[in-house]
Ligand binder design. Sequence first.
Ligand code: UD1
Ligand code: CA
Length: 450
Amino acid sequence: MKTALIILAAGKGTRMNSDLPKVLHPIAGEAMLVHAMASGAPLTPERTIVVAGHGVDQVRAAALEHDPETIVVEQTEQLGTAHAVAQAAPALAGFDGMAVVLYGDTPFIQAETLNRMAEALTDNDVVVLGFEAADPARYGRLILQGASLERIVEYKDASEAERAITLCNSGVVAARADLLFDLISDVGNDNASSEYYLTDIIGIARDRGLSATAVTCAEEETMGVNSRADLAQADAAFQARARATLMEDGVTLTAPETVFLCRDTVIGRDTLVEPNVVFGPGVTVESGATIRAFSHLEGCHVSRGGIVGPYARLRPGAELAEDVRIGNFVEVKNAQIAEGAKVNHLSYIGDAHIGARSNIGAGTITCNYDGVMKHHTHIGERVFIGSNTMLVAPVSVGDGAMTGSGSVITSDVEPDALALARAPQVEKPGMARKLFEMLKAKKARAQRGS
Ligand code: UD1
Ligand code: CA
């Protein structure tokens, strides 16, 4: 069936104690809203509607950045979850498919769970996702009669007997879009919170003789984020799952609990990741690479056989071809490093191309920024850049060329040439000994005087 996602994200998130809208706080480097949007992606939705309120402009920007087709609607006053869903009605006028309601602060609903809900909808008018809560606390309670879901009662409105129920409402609901909005139009706000509860649609549907049921999932999937402590817990849960998946996929993590991943991190089989490595967004590492300890990677690509680190930093646009070696205290940004090239020690390579099998000596810097603009450095194949070379961009070094250690290279170097750009060495025989004697005498005089 055609599917639309309605993602509720208008709430303030008071307990985050933040200027940033709650749903934009990151889990594994990406806004929790993006995780929520991605959690619904396996249903291949035709439309995704995000209902925003607090921080609507920021929320809109984040939603559109992740998926430019997203429809963001504004809920100016937060009058309850039913009222929030109703804001999506105009965007779904005439849509004859299933609508699935997700929360922007509940980022981990699994594809398999949503598929089970879609399947249950073939025999039911409304399907709710429930879970057995270890501590049911203030969740809404699901009132079942056999397999039939009769109604949902909010904690505040529940009797003692109802509060004893441990099967709770996750908030995820699926129904045909037209029916969903029709049911919502009957929801009132005569309850303990004076809010329009989405949960009331179950009782309304049953009163109309329609059918409702609950599909259940593990509690960790329905984990919501309300505070910074929840955020940290959600991140930890995400990391634990992502590490386990990588290891199942044939990646060695020497100390998995010290490796931090993003939702989109891709690492190939038989790659080794040593302890204390951080993967930011947009990293792909091919098979058989080694990422050594204490490295930080984002927006980069490491090809087969590459060795990175220890203590390396790969920034956005770092493109490493096969068998490239990036060593300790090397930073690479927006640069292509061709096959077999080596940048082993203490270097900055930014806005550059380094040709195949070139060797970049320790302490080399591409001086890419003149204070106003960025400039490109091109280094050919089989080049040997001497230690502590400053490459003042824009500049290029031809194939097979060499630069002398300590050179400041400001103009292009021809292929096969040796470029030396440093002060010639001056030597004064015996001068060091004289200088030492002079200094020692001066020190002795000063000590006598005091
Ligand atoms: C809701 C459910 C409850 C369920 C719980 C699960 C209702 C009435 N109750 O309660 O049964 O156990 O979630 O976490 O649905 N939102 C809006 N606009 C609004 C109100 C809420 O966008 O006017 C958004 C919030 O930003 C949040 C989500 O909807 O993402 C849930 O709202 P929240 O107020 O947290 O609902 P709960 O009281 O937790
Ligand atoms: Ca909540």
